[in-house]
Design a binder for this molecule. Structure first.
Ligand SMILES: Nc1nc2c(ncn2[C@@H]2O[C@H](COP(=O)(O)OP(=O)(O)OP(=O)(O)O)[C@@H](O)[C@H]2O)c(=O)[nH]1
Length: 650
């Protein structure tokens, strides 16, 4: 009884303390909680930092060359994490990143480092390596003056190294070429320095050598950052202006933004406005990310800080935050146009989940600015969205994040690259606003009789491979309708090959095939090469004569028979046998190109049970019922939901 009384008193006391703080100021209450959580980090920063002591830089590299491991060592050297902490790749915070071992989001960490008795503020941005997340790299470099170009001393320069190098060059950034993994027995720093000299003209003397895993040379690299990368070219006088490089949603504080300040100062409580809207807002949250939030009262030009304008505040990537008196005519806007490589329909598993999924997609899209969304509807699947992604891995990660971070399950339709058609007499057909129409959903392809010309998206693919695989790589690219461009030598053992390839031929499994025919040695990256005239047709899949909308695809005419056979055979393998016989047909313009028949069958999950415990029988039937929920039903035929994507893989 006494214990119960004591516990109740403690609870009442906690509620009173909570109310006192909460009533005082919601934001500062939350900030105080965060300060408490971060008690090991430094005290609240009130000092205006001199821009000459700021360095903003990104780590860029080919996938798996050690960016996140290097970020760990930098966090250790600057006292953010203790050396030898059990957690590695600290900046890979998302569940999907930890499960897959890849970075998908660029993450910022503001670090303090004292060099020659001066304390510097180093804003580090760790970026993803995979081409599907290249938008994160493009976004990050807009807040930086330099990059560490990391190259695995064993693998050497890879396709993505070439891509990030040219991105850094285009943005006039200071590049610190750095060899990583020099601890590996097979590392060959001299060979890689020669590659860096021949491909990018880097003086071997300026190339740093480190082992991010062992920590070798990382201190020297940190000092090279201070010495070689210039401070941000900004002024803290004048009106406040910042541009937004990332956004995310917080349950209590609404939209939070990562901002790079170009001019002036920003303070808690200051009135600000967005370039995109006229409404005035007040700065409610301001913090450095170390990478945990460290609340500050003021930030100045050159800094990369987190800003929030309360639950009703806005903010989106690319937008600008300004002081209310900022002269708008002085602003030059540059738009970073994201080119989507694949589109897929996203629909709720059942329509009662529409609001939940809609909410989840909006919040996730805030944090993943590379996706584009348009409402879409289908008679079979109801209301949903047509979503544009940078590639299939991006699509996969997006749906995994929907499920893991927002508990929202979605049905996906077969991904398709965008096509373009020129419509005959577009002025007469009202639904087409111009005569050239981008088709992101195969079902919306106009009637072939109304199409004057079809266009297909192409890319320039860059492949770096050991010379002994030149033959198989050429065969693969020609087989995928590629046309070769001139090659160049990386060194005496490796070559850089380029091909113009149709995007549709590389999005699904090109990379995996390339890896398997080159024993994992070749690397691949691609850049947009625009639309080119092509011969295309829409292929539909019918199950017992009923159209399965999710499986319609646009196919090059030379691939019609091959694709029809492959799709029907694969569907026969993937669709479980049903109570009735199922005819699977691939049809183009009313003509059947391939047909398979799935024999009728009823799976009796309890067949192996000989009498005995009724609970066991019930359990098996329950499991079977749960499995059925994961099916999509077309004309009473149950199709597993993942079929729509898996069927496209060769
Ligand atoms: N031996 C050795 N292994 C390293 C070194 N640096 C990184 N690694 C290993 O290389 C692998 C990839 O490292 P990450 O830091 O995840 O690479 P990343 O570039 O961040 O990968 P993505 O973000 O997915 O592109 C991990 O297994 C690391 O342990 C190093 O200096 N030496």
């Amino acid at each position: 009884m006494l214990k119960l009384l004591k516990a109740t008193m403690v609870r009442i006391h906690r509620i009173l303390v909570f109310k006192k703080y909460y009533a005082y100021d919601k934001t500062s209450f939350l900030q105080r909680c965060i300060i408490k959580r971060n008690s090991c980090s430094e005290s609240v920063n009130k000092v205006t930092i001199d821009k000459d002591k700021i360095r903003n830089f990104s780590i860029v590299a080919h996938v798996d060359h050690g960016k996140s491991t290097l970020a760990d060592r930098l966090l250790e050297l600057t006292g953010v994490i203790k050396p030898g902490t059990e957690q590695t790749q600290v900046l890979d915070q998302l569940q999907v990143e930890r499960e897959r071992g890849i970075t998908v989001k660029a993450v910022t960490a503001s670090l303090n480092y004292t060099y020659e008795n001066k304390t510097y503020l180093l804003n580090l941005i760790d970026t993803p390596g995979h081409v599907d997340f290249s938008n994160e790299v493009v976004r990050s470099v807009t807040a930086c003056q330099g990059v560490i170009l990391l190259v695995d001393a064993n693998e050497g320069v890879q396709a993505q190294t070439v891509a990030v190098h040219s991105l850094a060059k285009r943005n006039n950034m200071t590049i610190i070429p750095t060899l990583n993994k020099i601890d590996l027995p097979r590392a060959d720093p001299d060979k890689v320095k020669t590659q860096l000299k021949s491909l990018f003209n880097f003086d071997p003397e300026t190339v740093m050598s480190i082992s991010a895993k062992k920590g070798w040379g990382v201190k020297e690299l940190l000092e090279a950052i201070i010495k070689r990368i210039p401070p941000p070219p900004v002024s803290s006088d004048g009106h406040f202006r910042a541009h937004i490089i990332d956004t995310w949603h917080d349950k209590y504080r609404g939209v939070l933004c990562l901002a790079y300040i170009h001019s002036g100062k920003i303070q808690i409580g200051q009135a600000v406005k967005w370039l995109s809207e006229t409404k005035q807002q007040t700065v409610k949250s301001l913090a450095l990310l170390r990478p945990k939030e460290e609340p500050i009262d003021e930030a100045t030009a050159g800094q990369v800080v987190m800003v929030g304008c309360g639950p009703k505040g806005g903010g989106s990537v690319g937008d600008q935050l300004l002081s209310t008196d900022y002269p708008l005519k002085e602003i030059s806007t540059s738009t970073n146009h994201v080119k989507h490589m694949v589109y897929a329909g996203i629909f709720p598993a059942d329509q009662s989940q529409h609001t939940l999924l809609s909410d989840a997609i909006k919040k996730l899209a805030l944090n993943d600015s590379a996706v584009s969304m348009h409402p879409d509807s289908s008679p079979a699947l109801g209301q949903g969205w047509r979503v544009g992604f940078l590639g299939l891995l991006h699509l996969d990660v997006f749906t995994q994040r929907l499920l893991q971070e927002y508990k929202a399950e979605a049905i996906l339709t077969a991904p398709s690259v965008p096509y373009k058609v020129k419509v005959k007499g577009a002025k007469i057909i009202k639904q087409y606003k111009g005569d050239e129409v981008i088709i992101t959903n195969p079902l919306l392809l106009p009637d072939p009789n109304n199409i004057e010309e079809y266009y297909e998206p192409f890319v320039i693919g860059t492949i770096i491979t050991p010379v002994e695989y030149i033959g198989p790589v050429t065969t693969l690219c020609l087989d995928r309708r590629g046309s070769p461009l001139p090659t160049s030598a990386v060194d005496d053992k490796n070559t850089l090959m380029q091909f113009i390839l149709p995007l549709s031929e590389i999005v699904v499994d090109f990379h995996d095939t390339l890896k398997s025919i080159t024993s994992g040695f070749a690397s691949f990256d691609y850049q947009d090469h625009g639309f080119h005239p092509s011969a295309l047709a829409r292929m539909d899949i019918l199950l017992n004569g009923v159209l399965v909308e999710e499986l319609s695809t646009i196919v090059h005419v030379s691939r019609l028979e091959y694709n029809a056979r492959r799709l029907t055979e694969k569907l026969k393998e993937m669709i479980p046998r049903q109570m009735v016989q199922v005819a699977i047909q691939a049809v183009v313009g009313g003509k059947v190109y391939a047909r398979e028949t799935l024999k009728a069958y009823r799976k009796d999950v309890t067949a192996k049970l000989y009498g005995g415990d009724v609970t066991r029988r019930k359990k098996l039937l329950k499991q079977q019922a749960e499995g059925k929920k994961k099916m999509r039903s077309v004309a009473n035929i149950k199709i597993p939901r993942n079929t729509f994507i898996d069927v496209l893989k060769r």
